[in-house]
Structures are given as structure tokens and as C-alpha cells.
Design a protein around this ligand. Structure first.
Ligand SMILES: Cc1cc2nc3c(=O)[nH]c(=O)nc-3n(C[C@H](O)[C@H](O)[C@H](O)COP(=O)(O)OP(=O)(O)OC[C@H]3O[C@@H](n4cnc5c(N)ncnc54)[C@H](O)[C@@H]3O)c2cc1C
Length: 369
């Protein structure tokens, strides 16, 4: 059987690897319109939520058949709120996050590409398939973006064990800014906005926050800017197929987690689900739902509550600040935050929330080719 995949990003490579690992006789081809990994993804640090899974995600990826290494564990997180309020929380158990490098040189992109090459998957850069002959679309967010990110990648930072999150509507309304450190004294600072009405100011808001927030100033003292990072994201209620036949995976399916913008994990899992569906002849939509729906739905609900119903993350964290000490363990912080979110979301009339979700889907019919 011949399978054609458009897009050699995380999702496309994950699908190809799954297919070829399980069916050596399948003829798998990927085409990507970019010239190379370097051309399409700038070097930068991404965070993966380890806390959101029951098992350690490194272990999970290995179990699913992906040879991924070089994850950097993070156990401490600092939330910076307005009026000098902050949370400084640390996990007493497993790492809260792993950070990973994107782009070239020991990156997650490189590792998946190498595994695909070793499996003799045919990869062509600077080319694409005709739409009608494509079996799997893994072409990312470009066509249907709903959010935007801008930041810088630094070398020579001193501290690499803590993720900082700035949750302050003066600088990042409908989004947040964060420091994502990696080993080798590298870190990426990035501002994400999940409302495109605010897209134009992103660079100036980023620079203003970098200059005005003392913790950011302190963090980049002595560090050097190496690259700019930027891009767009596609989130929504995920769309598994076009016309019931070609499969959509990763951000092409709208699988960016809508609240914080985590897309790598969903790209890997949806690629895996598409591969399994084609190998077993099972239904991809069902598999995608089983593996991803809960977390995608929760993210979208929180995003709609923030964007459309004024229930911002800053507001929730500020309320939490009045309820619990600011240096509790990560586990207590998380469980109190969940309770408070539930309470505040519960105050929003459910039909209003669901209407907003329907309205959202009418406004953004991103699955139409
Ligand atoms: C600034 C920024 C920061 C981010 N930070 C994080 C983070 O910390 N954690 C996290 O989990 N996620 C993060 N994300 C999201 C994450 O990068 C994406 O969700 C993930 O890369 C999606 O993978 P994908 O394979 O679906 O798409 P992509 O990685 O976008 O890959 C799509 C590929 O398709 C190719 N392509 C496009 N059109 C065509 C075509 N017509 N034919 C052939 N090829 C085509 C492109 O060249 C590209 O190689 C961030 C995104 C941005 C922009």
C-alpha cells in the first residue's frame, strides 16, 4: 500500500514512523514545501506538559515507538502576576514539564527525521503532493491560524531549572509570556496571544515586558539573543478528516491545545493515531477522540471562557493568590487551581458556554479545503 503525507513536521513524521514501523511493506512518502528542517522551524525551546499524563511522557513516547531523547526536566514554575504578586511552586514528584529543542541540532524534529530516514521513509523537501492524492495532511497551522507567538532564543543564560510564566493583561491580554529554559544554558522567551485582534502589538508588548519585568531583566543579564522565533497556531474543535477520507493531523486538524498553545504532544499522538488507523483499518476519528478529546475540549473551554466570557487566567490566579500560600507544592497548587477553575466555570451558565462554542465553530470553519 502506498501512503502520501503532506508535511514533514512533528505530526507528519510521527504518522510515517508509526506506519513504517508496523508495516515494512507499506510505501510511505512525505513531501514538505520547505527546503529543510532548518528552513521551516527556527531553533527554540518548546515545553511539553508532563503533569497532564498519567505516565512520564518520555516513557510514553518510547512505548509508542518514537526514539526521542534529550528532554530537559523542569520541576519548578514561577507565575508572575500584576501588583508584585507571584506563585513560586515546585513539584515534589515527577517533573511538571519537559523542555525540548525545535529546529536543528539534537532537536525533536531532527530525532524524528533521523528515525524516519532509518526506516527508509521517502522524504522530499521543496515539494508537495496534489491535494487529491494526499492521504494525510500534516501541513500545520498556516492556512487557518487563530493565535500568534513571538519571541527570542537566548544562549548563555544562567538558570535552567525553572519555567516563568507572566500572566498580566497589561502585556499579554488573551495569552501569556514565558521563559522556557533548556540545558546548555539555552532559553526561549516567548509571548503568545490567542486573540488575533491583538496580533499587531505582539512585538512591542514582548519588548516592553522584557524591559519592564524585573525577573525578565535579571534572567537575560549576560545572555545573548541568537534567533527570533515566531509563528501562528490553529486550535478549535478538532477536525479529523476532509470529506471523510484524507486524514488531518497535528495543527492542520486544529489540534493545538487552545489555552496554553501546547501542540507538539498532540501532533505526535494524532500522527500515531492516524498511523494505527491506517494499519488496522480502524476509525481515525474515534482514535483521535479517545487519545485527545478530553484535553482538547478542556483547553478550548478555558480559551472561550477567557476570550469571550472574561474569565481570564490572570483573574483566576489572582483569586487563587488570596486563597493559598504562594509557595505551596505544585501538587497542592494544581489541585486548588482545578477546584477554583471548576467553581468559576460553574458560575458561567452552561448554555452560554456551549453557545459560545457553537458560535466559535461557525466563525472559524477551518476544516474546509
Ligand atoms: C512561537 C511558537 C512557540 C510554540 N511553543 C510550543 C511549546 O512550548 N510547546 C508545544 O507543545 N507547542 C508549541 N508550539 C506549537 C508547536 O510548534 C506546533 O503545535 C507543532 O509544531 C505542530 O506540528 P505539526 O506537525 O502539526 O505542524 P508543523 O510543525 O507546522 O509542520 C507542518 C509542516 O508542513 C509543511 N507544509 C505546509 N504546507 C505544506 C504543503 N502544502 N505541502 C507540503 N508541506 C507543507 C511545513 O513546511 C511544515 O514543515 C509553538 C508554536 C509557536 C509558533
Amino acid at each position: 500500500m502506498e501512503i502520501k503525507i503532506a508535511g514533514a513536521g512533528i505530526a507528519g513524521l510521527s504518522a510515517a514512523i508509526t506506519l513504517k514501523r508496523l508495516r515494512k511493506d507499506f510505501d510511505i512518502s512525505i513531501r514538505d514545501k520547505a527546503n529543510s528542517i532548518k528552513d521551516k522551524t527556527p531553533r527554540g525551546v518548546n515545553a511539553l506538559r508532563n503533569y497532564a499524563e498519567n505516565i512520564d511522557i518520555q516513557k510514553k513516547y518510547l512505548e509508542l515507538g518514537f526514539e526521542l531523547q534529550n528532554f530537559h526536566p523542569i520541576k519548578r514554575q514561577i507565575f508572575l502576576l500584576s501588583n508584585r504578586k507571584y506563585f513560586d511552586i515546585e513539584s515534589t514528584e515527577k517533573p511538571i514539564f519537559y523542555t525540548t529543542i525545535r529546529g536543528i541540532k539534537s532537536s525533536i524534529d531532527d530525532m524524528l527525521l533521523q528515525q524516519a530516514i532509518d526506516l527508509k521513509i521517502n522524504i522530499q523537501w521543496n515539494s508537495t503532493f496534489k491535494k487529491e492524492e494526499t492521504d494525510i495532511f500534516a501541513t500545520g497551522a498556516e492556512l487557518y491560524s487563530h493565535c500568534v507567538g513571538f519571541g527570542q532564543h537566548f544562549t548563555d543564560v544562567e538558570q535552567t531549572d525553572t519555567i516563568y510564566v507572566l500572566q498580566n493583561s497589561k502585556y499579554c491580554p488573551y495569552g501569556y509570556m514565558c521563559i522556557l529554559p533548556y540545558s546548555n544554558n539555552e532559553a526561549t522567551i516567548v509571548l503568545g496571544k490567542f486573540n488575533l485582534d491583538h496580533k499587531s502589538q505582539i512585538k512591542s508588548d514582548y519588548n516592553r515586558a522584557l524591559q519592564e519585568i524585573p525577573q525578565f531583566q535579571e534572567y537575560i543579564k549576560g545572555a545573548s539573543v541568537k534567533y527570533e522565533v515566531n509563528g501562528v497556531g490553529n486550535y478549535g474543535l478538532p477536525s479529523p478528516t476532509i470529506n471523510g477520507s484524507s486524514l488531518l493531523i497535528g495543527e492542520r486538524a486544529g489540534l493545538l491545545e487552545a489555552f496554553r498553545g501546547y501542540g507538539v504532544h498532540n501532533a505526535i499522538l494524532s500522527g500515531y493515531a492516524a498511523g494505527i488507523a491506517l494499519v488496522n483499518g480502524s476509525d481515525y476519528s474515534t482514535l483521535q477522540n479517545e487519545m485527545l478529546f478530553q484535553s482538547v475540549e478542556r483547553g478550548l473551554l478555558r480559551r472561550i471562557a477567557e476570550n469571550e466570557l472574561n474569565l481570564s487566567s490572570e483573574r483566576i490566579l489572582t483569586e487563587l493568590f488570596d486563597r493559598i500560600p504562594n509557595n505551596v507544592s505544585w501538587e497542592i497548587f494544581r489541585s486548588e487551581l482545578n477546584l477554583l477553575e471548576k467553581e468559576l466555570l460553574g458560575k458561567i451558565d452552561l448554555p452560554i458556554l456551549m453557545n459560545s462554542m457553537d458560535e466559535w465553530n461557525r466563525k472559524y470553519p477551518f476544516s474546509i479545503e
